[in-house]
Design a protein around this ligand. Structure first.
Ligand SMILES: Nc1nc2c(c(=O)[nH]1)N[C@H]1C(S)=C(S)[C@@H](COP(=O)(O)O)O[C@H]1N2
Ligand SMILES: [Mo]
Length: 536
């Protein structure tokens, strides 16, 4: 054997590692699609990262990427995977087994992530394990095809009877002290082929799991029963101003916020709701039983606690649902209970004050319909909660399957463990929609318009301030109810120059919306929304 060997180099081992990682990831995804759909290593790791991320990281992700935050996360996981793959290749070329060890570690991490997801079965660890083994095998195989001669130590260390292919140099390259072009090309073909198989496996896995996503088909075929009571939206609730948020938000434009990396697929036929905990008797409800109950329409504005001043994480819909108080009445909560911990199929939980759910004057519902259609899958199909007056994170559980009657001092919900307040009444707020940002404003009469809300209390009036002038009353549209936002408009006689418009709402209970700025955490932003314009 020659003693002065051609250098192994960095690029090719790194490429081998990336190709092996891609192959392993594809194998893992395909395995998941076949044996345990919810155990995709990729989305399990992503989901675990979402659950482990400190609140500031989530706020930053939402601020940076908006509702594309999850795509950004998955891309991030992919980038890290490529990095780890390159590292594994480099390691393995210098210290055999170390690179494979790194893949094994990654596999353990993926398996742990999958096993700790909500509703994980024992099978959940398999896809990550299969993926890791595939990556380890591919790495060994590719390194034997490296065009450079490998050090003797490599050969010796890898002949220890491991079950994965030996990473001894191939017979072709063992005698070659120089890297020839044929070997180089052959290596690239093998590495490229390995990576391509991984990508194909990943594509096949998405196709396979899309096939099992028959839930959207079930949803489309579904006809909901006619409402037992209907809600009317007065025509005068809609000012119809261009650029102003419509008083009822179309489903396709409704904001979406949740921790689910892949939208949970719940077949109504298998859906059950269990009411238990501090109750006299447990209640279980099937989809058919729920649909047989009276389903009424109610109009409620949903808002996210992460909504910044002037933000768009708020929307109003006509919900079709059954009052939660009726179901709780069947279960008979014990006198010392003060909270209902609702749980989604994906493990998300919300802590809602029991009194908000039992209050006969608050239409807290188990909703099955949204604006005349079954709930869209991403908005909680088949069943979600809607509770007027409370931010979504403490009340609006989507894909809900479990209501546990308990106490605030005994249990904590998903976001309460992550730096958010355990109670979340929606704060009095208002927003300017028109004129839009960047819209040119011409001197003379200008329509300023927006929305204001204080769900379950109601908005009494809205005022507008131009520069540092006096607060002027705006005109309100007809409010649908105290549980919805209300549109407002103000006729501004704009003079040329730069001007700032500010808005504040006054609540039905006399509260004046504070100018004090508070961040969204822990219990919702405050401060006046303002917009500046150059009037020409
Ligand atoms: N299962 C589940 N339900 C959830 C959440 C979630 O992460 N998972 N997020 C809540 C939050 S924070 C809000 S603001 C509302 C948003 O509901 P939407 O996406 O239908 O607008 O859903 C709530 N329900
Ligand atoms: Mo939220």
């Amino acid at each position: 054997m020659p003693t002065d060997r051609a250098p192994v180099g960095r690029l090719r081992p790194a490429l081998a590692g990336v190709a092996a990682a891609t192959f392993g990831a594809g194998a893992g995804e395909l395995a998941a699609a076949i044996i345990a759909a919810t155990a995709s290593p990729f989305t399990s790791i992503g989901g675990l990262l979402i659950d482990l991320a400190p609140p500031w990281a989530k706020d930053a992700a939402i601020a940076l990427f908006g509702t594309a935050d999850k795509v950004a996360l998955l891309i991030g996981v992919g980038v890290v995977l490529v990095g780890v793959g390159a590292l594994a290749g480099l390691l393995e070329a210098r210290r055999p087994r170390w690179g494979r060890g790194l893949f094994a570690l990654l596999g353990v991490f993926g398996a742990l992530a999958a096993a700790t997801r909500a509703n994980a079965s024992l099978l959940a660890i398999l896809p990550a394990a299969i993926g890791a083994l595939a990556a380890m095998g591919a790495l060994s195989m590719l390194l034997t095809r490296l065009p450079a001669v490998r050090p003797v130590a490599t050969v010796a260390a890898s002949t220890g009877g491991s079950t994965v292919p030996e990473d001894a140099p191939s017979t072709g390259s063992a005698s070659a002290a120089s890297v020839d072009g044929v070997d180089r090309r052959r290596f690239l073909v093998w590495a490229g082929g390995t990576a391509a198989v991984g990508v194909l496996a990943a594509i096949a896995s998405t196709a396979l799991s899309a096939g099992s996503r028959a839930v959207s088909t079930v949803r489309e075929a579904l006809r909901l029963p006619a409402p037992s009571t209907t809600a009317t939206v007065p025509a005068s609730a809609e000012l119809g101003i261009d650029g102003l948020a419509p008083v009822i938000t179309p489903n396709g434009e409704f904001y979406r916020i949740d921790t689910a990396l892949t939208v949970p697929q719940v077949d109504p036929a298998e859906w059950r709701l269990r009411i238990h905990g501090m109750v006299d008797r447990e209640v279980e409800l099937t989809w058919d039983e729920l649909l047989a109950l009276p389903l009424g329409e109610s109009v409620t504005t949903l808002a996210c606690v992460s909504n910044e001043v002037g933000g768009e994480l708020i929307g109003t819909a006509v919900w079709l649902g059954h009052p939660i108080r009726e179901l709780l009445a069947r279960a008979v909560p014990s006198a010392d209970a003060d909270m209902v911990l609702s749980r989604s199929i994906d493990g998300f939980t919300a802590s809602t004050p029991l009194e908000a759910l039992t209050d006969p004057d608050r239409e807290a519902v188990l909703a099955v319909g949204m604006n005349g259609a079954p709930l869209p899958v991403e908005h909680g199909f088949p069943v979600r909660m809607v509770v007027p007056g409370l931010y979504g994170y403490v009340s609006a559980t989507k894909w809900v399957t479990d209501l546990e009657v308990t106490r605030f001092d005994l249990d904590r919900a998903y976001w309460s463990d992550r730096g958010w307040s355990e109670r979340g009444p929606i704060k009095l707020s208002s927003r300017i929609d028109v004129p839009r940002v960047g819209q040119s404003v011409v001197a003379g009469p200008v329509v300023v318009a927006g929305v204001a809300w204080h769900q379950h209390t109601g908005v009494a009036s809205v005022e507008v301030q131009v520069d540092d002038g006096a607060w002027q009353p705006a005109t309100l549209a007809t409010a649908i109810s105290a549980d919805t936002w209300v549109q407002w408009r103000y006729e501004w006689d704009a003079a040329p120059g730069r001007h700032t418009i500010r808005v504040r709402a006054i609540s039905a209970d006399g509260e004046v919306q504070t100018a004090d700025r508070a961040p969204v955490a822990p219990d919702g932003a405050t401060g006046h929304h303002e917009r500046s314009f150059d009037v020409t």
